[in-house]
Design a protein around this ligand. Structure first.
Ligand code: IPE
Ligand code: IPE
Ligand code: MG
Length: 256
């Protein structure tokens, strides 16, 4: 018998929600540093508080039936931060994998890390690879965590692999279409985000999923990431539910 999901979320609030649920939700989790600074704390404390918000959003999305949740945890450009902050963040990823392993597996969530994982420590690469393997057959939700990730870097990496395949004669250049290109990205052809949420009020995409968000709806909230909870998530979903996605067509075409 399948075990009941182990969730720590505000189930009453989530259960009462009647609105739209995007299939793929992507989040730019921003504002940890400011959250800490506002409290006179070290930036790393903000990142630690951010990890609690990650659990809340992962489990809320799992509860609501989101198919894919993509979290932007560390960009290619974030390597340029002070070394203590970078190493503190790497330690937090390691702790997250260890601490959340059991809950992710119990909740039948599949983990996939996207990004240039070759830049991570061997130890962290092993821990990630192991949990990806252990969770590979889980089908309740895919959790894509973008670490050492950059959208331009991803497109370049895909282009290099495509060029190599074409040079080897394994791929006909005339047959490279959007679908083919998508399969060479870190996201391996999985569906694009329907909704992108960015916290902390910044109105930019900061090199996140540049190819994949071509037609995603954007929801920007001033809330700093460590304060983001079930209520903020539902507010983003209901905002999403009020949008008309036109994909280049006219409003009349879409509504008919
Ligand atoms: C987001 O919070 C987490 C990472 C980028 C790793 P920030 O650390 O960017 O927080 P702010 O933007 O400085 O407040
Ligand atoms: C984007 O946040 C990256 C992550 C949330 C991991 P940043 O804080 O790095 O983005 P900028 O520098 O404000 O654009
Ligand atoms: Mg930031």
């Amino acid at each position: 018998m399948a075990s009941a999901p182990q969730l720590t979320v505000n189930e009453a609030l989530l259960a009462a929600y009647q609105g739209a649920i995007p299939s793929h939700v992507a989040v730019i989790m921003d504002g940890n540093g400011r959250w800490a600074q506002e409290r006179g704390m070290m930036r790393l404390k903000g990142h630690r508080a951010g990890a609690d918000a990650v659990r809340c959003v992962v489990e809320s999305c799992r509860y609501l039936g989101v198919d894919i949740l993509t979290l932007y945890a560390f960009s290619s450009q974030n390597w340029g931060r002070p070394v203590e902050e970078v190493s503190g963040l790497m330690t937090l990823f390691d702790i997250y994998i260890k601490k959340e392993r059991k809950r992710l597996l119990e909740n039948e969530i599949r983990l996939q890390v996207i990004g240039d994982r070759g830049r991570l420590s061997k130890k962290l690469q092993r821990a990630i690879g192991k949990l990806e393997e252990e969770s590979a057959h889980n089908d309740k939700m895919i959790l894509q965590v973008a670490v050492s990730y950059g959208g331009r870097e991803e497109i370049l990496a895909a282009t290099r692999r495509i060029a190599r395949a074409a040079a080897d004669g394994a791929l006909d250049p005339d047959e490279i279409d959007e679908e083919t290109f998508g399969r060479f990205l870190y996201t391996e052809g999985r569906p694009d985000p329907d909704l992108v949420i960015r916290t902390s009020g910044e109105c930019r995409v900061s090199n996140f999923l540049l190819w994949q968000i071509a037609y995603s709806e954007l929801h920007i909230t001033d809330t700093l990431w460590p304060d983001f909870d079930e209520a903020h998530l539902l507010a983003a979903f209901s905002d999403f539910g009020n949008r008309q996605r036109r994909f280049g067509k006219t409003a009349d075409q879409v509504s008919s």
